[in-house]
Every structure is written in C-alpha cells, then in structure tokens.
Design a protein around this ligand. Structure first.
Ligand code: SF4
Ligand code: SF4
Length: 434
C-alpha cells in the first residue's frame, strides 16, 4: 500500500471514529440535560480537591484492597499505554516508523519498556478480573439486575482489553524481529522486554509474511482503540470519563443532608406573600417530587450515567441484605436506562407510555429504603441513589397521597395530633397522672 493511500485511509478512519464519538457525546449531553436545574460550580476549589482525591486518587477504593490494586493497575496502565497513541497517530499520518525515537533518543528504550511492563500488568489484572467475575462468581456480580446486557458488557470490555493488549504485543514483537533483520523502514528503536518472550514465534517467518503480520497488528490495534472509545457510550465503562465530572459536582459535606424542595419553598413564599404569588406565572402548576427522569436533577442523571455497576452499594444495603426488593445499583441502572430510552424514543419518533416510576422502579423498592446512606458511603465515585429514592417518594406522597399504611397513619397523626402517635394532644400526658 502506498504511503499516501495508507495515510488517507488512516485519516478517514480517525475522522469517522471521532464523528461517531461526537454524535454519541451529543446524545449523552441531551440525556443528562433532560434533568432539572444546572450543575453547581460554587466552591470550585473544594470540588476540585474532591475530584482529585476520589477520581484521580481512587481514595474510596481501599475498602476492597484486592479489587483496588487491580483497578489501579488497569487505570494507570490504560493511561500510560495509550500515550503510544501519539506515536501511532503521527506514524499513521506521515508514514514514519516509531517517530518518538527521533524526539526521545536514548530515552525511547525506557519509554517502550515502561509501556510493555504496564501492558503486561494490565493484561494480568484483566485476566484476574475475568476470573473473579466468572470463576469465583462473587455474589454482587450475579444479582438479577446483572443478567443479560450488563453481564455481557462487563465481560465484553475485559475481552476487548485482552485483545488490545495482545495486539500491542503482537505489533511490538513482529516489529522487533523486523528491526533485528535490518528491513528497510523498520529503523532499530526501542526495548521490548515482554515482546522479546514471544519473538521465537515470529523468527521462523519469511520477512514478507512478517511485514503483513506487523501491519495487521498495527492497524487492528489502532482500529480496536477507536472501537473501544466508541463503545464506551453503550457501556458502564463510561465511568472512565464521567467519574471526573461526577466527583466534581457531587454533594459537598454530610451525605445525609436532605435538600429543600424548591417547589415547596415557592408555595410557602406564595402563601406568606400572596401579592408576589399573583405576579408569578399563574399557568405554572407546581409539581412535587419525581415521577420520571425529567423531574430529577442534572446531577442525578450524571450520577446514573457514571455508575460503574460495581454493586458495592447493593452489597452494603441493609434492605437488600434482609431480602427486600431493593438494590441501589438497580435504581441507578434503571434511571440511566429510562433517560436513554427517552432520547431513543425522540430519535425514533415513538412514545412509550412508561415512566421511571412503576415502569422501571417499583413502589415496593422505593419504600424498602431505610435512608441509612450506607450505599452513598460505599460508592467509589460519590453517587447518591438515595436522593432519587427520596424524590420519587416525595412524588408518591405529595402528588398521589399514596404511601405505606403505617406511614399514612403516622402522617395523619402528625396533622391531627401534632405527634406521630394516635393520641389527642390533651391525652398525651395522661401517663403521668398515677
Ligand atoms: S439508603 Fe436505602 S438504598 Fe441506600 S443502603 Fe440504605 S437502605 Fe439501601
Ligand atoms: S452507585 Fe456507586 S457503588 Fe453503586 S453500583 Fe454504581 S458505582 Fe457502584
């Protein structure tokens, strides 16, 4: 293939891949912007520190040390190995070979060796992750919400990473052997301690065959990375990107702090000052709580798209552990699925009569929550499933007046007796008489 033709094909593949990424990013933005309000940029430096600590520093992963170490290897390795993209991009566009050698000189050997070692560690960590999921069969990976696509997605990305790493080593090994034969274009550059192990597999091949192998590995490796980036939109692995904004915008301060409802504040203000209320738009009918994702906030929707489906929240949820029909992870997955479905319905011009409430999340799940916030504490990227549960309960109580019988009688006691007990205020001190 001539260099010009190869560069044109390379550029076309990149442009097509970036175009699809751009389209999907637009869909994601639309899905999140269905939420109410806007993101909170106040206390930027505190938020920045929170993001650095939790997303960059992985500070909440330590509770499960083995998973934490494996995750750290994949996370750091992923960034380091992909530095190679810079070189691949320049080589692909200009038909050069290992261009960074010209820039780094004698440091280039250290650079390639580091990439190789990290790639090997990533490969090892990914295999261990697969074993954990499929051989050890840890309970939280086998719950009902993890059947079907979520299970496939989790495995699929592991296979994807294994293939990418093998292509990386295939590319380096064949290149290394071609370099040792002094083949034109394959300038001697780099040190490949891991690929050297596989070199005997290629050494008996004819040079022309070896060039075909090297080129195939090189092209498949870069196409694989672009496919991986495009696949993220459809996967829980979107957290690779969204964990950063999610931890930046996450609530600061105590996790148990409940927000005031703006709709209630508005009603109270209108009650206190009717003249101000009259000047407000009379056609606006206030709504309370959340029936669908469009009633949730943009942060709650960002939370849903950032969820890694790790199940740490569900594994500490007392309601779940005592056999109730509640999994905070499912709350987040349902929210994300519903938000995606609305965008898909808009594109297909269809309209399914389904809401987040009842269509995805049942009332039984909502009322099973004890609001203990253990799930929020356990989440490695500061997701808050409780806020969604509370907003949906607020809808049930304030819009439908429907709640569990115990709660309804407690609330009518509060209304009538000023206390949760079924006694009139006069009778409350009767117990002191004798
Ligand atoms: S707050 Fe609710 S969902 Fe979260 S752990 Fe407690 S009971 Fe489970
Ligand atoms: S909400 Fe957090 S802890 Fe729960 S599954 Fe998602 S990322 Fe994991």
């Amino acid at each position: 293939m001539s260099t010009i033709l190869s560069s044109v094909i390379f550029l076309s593949i990149w442009i097509s891949a970036l175009f699809v990424i751009y389209k999907n990013a637009g869909k994601l933005k639309k899905a999140i912007n269905q939420g109410q309000g806007s993101f909170d940029y106040t206390n930027g430096s505190e938020r920045g520190k929170q993001m650095l600590k939790v997303a960059f520093g992985q500070s909440k992963m330590g509770a499960r040390p083995i998973a934490a170490v494996l995750h750290l290897i994949v996370y750091v390795g992923f960034f380091i190995v992909n530095i190679e993209l810079i070189e691949i991009l320049i080589d692909g566009l200009f038909g050069t070979h290992r261009i960074l050698y010209r820039v780094l000189g004698s440091f280039y050997s250290g650079f390639t060796a580091t990439l190789e070692i990290f790639a090997a560690l990533v490969l090892l960590a990914v295999i261990l992750f697969w074993l954990r999921r499929n051989v050890l069969r840890i309970r939280r990976f086998r719950l009902s919400e993890m059947k079907g696509w979520p299970k496939l997605d989790a495995d699929f990305i592991l296979y994807f990473e294994i293939i990418l790493m093998l292509l990386f080593f295939g590319m380096n090994t064949s290149d290394m052997v071609l370099q040792s034969r002094g083949v034109a274009h394959y300038t001697e550059a780099g040190f490949f301690p891991v690929s050297a192990i596989f070199a005997p597999l290629f050494e008996s091949m004819a040079t022309s065959t070896l060039i075909v192998f090297e080129r195939s590995f090189w092209w498949l490796h870069i196409i694989g990375i672009l496919c991986f980036l495009n696949y993220l939109y459809y996967s829980k692995h979107l957290h690779i990107i969204l964990a950063f904004p999610n931890t930046f915008f996450a609530k600061l301060g105590a996790v148990g702090n409940m927000n005031n409802m703006q709709s209630v504040t508005n009603e109270v203000k209108a009650f206190m000052d009717p003249s101000a209320a009259q000047s407000a738009d009379e056609n606006t009918i206030p709504s309370f709580g959340a029936k669908d994702v469009t009633d949730l906030s943009v942060l709650q929707l960002l939370n849903a798209f950032s969820c890694t489906e790790c199940g740490r929240c569900t594994s500490v949820c007392p309601a779940h552990l005592t056999g109730k029909k509640l999994s905070p992870r499912k709350i987040m997955m349902d929210t994300r699925d519903r938000a995606t479905q609305i965008i898909q319905d808009t594109i297909n011009e269809s309209n399914e009569e389904k809401h987040l409430l009842d269509g995805y999340i049942s009332r039984e799940e909502l009322w099973a929550c004890t609001t203990c916030n253990a799930c929020v504490e356990a989440c490695p990227i500061l997701i808050d499933p409780v806020s969604i549960i509370l907003d949906m309960r607020r809808y049930l109580i304030m819009e439908e007046s429907s709640g569990p019988a115990d709660l309804n009688s407690m609330m009518s006691n509060m209304e009538n007796n000023g206390a949760p007990w079924p006694f009139s205020p006069q009778d409350r001190m009767n117990w002191t008489k004798d």
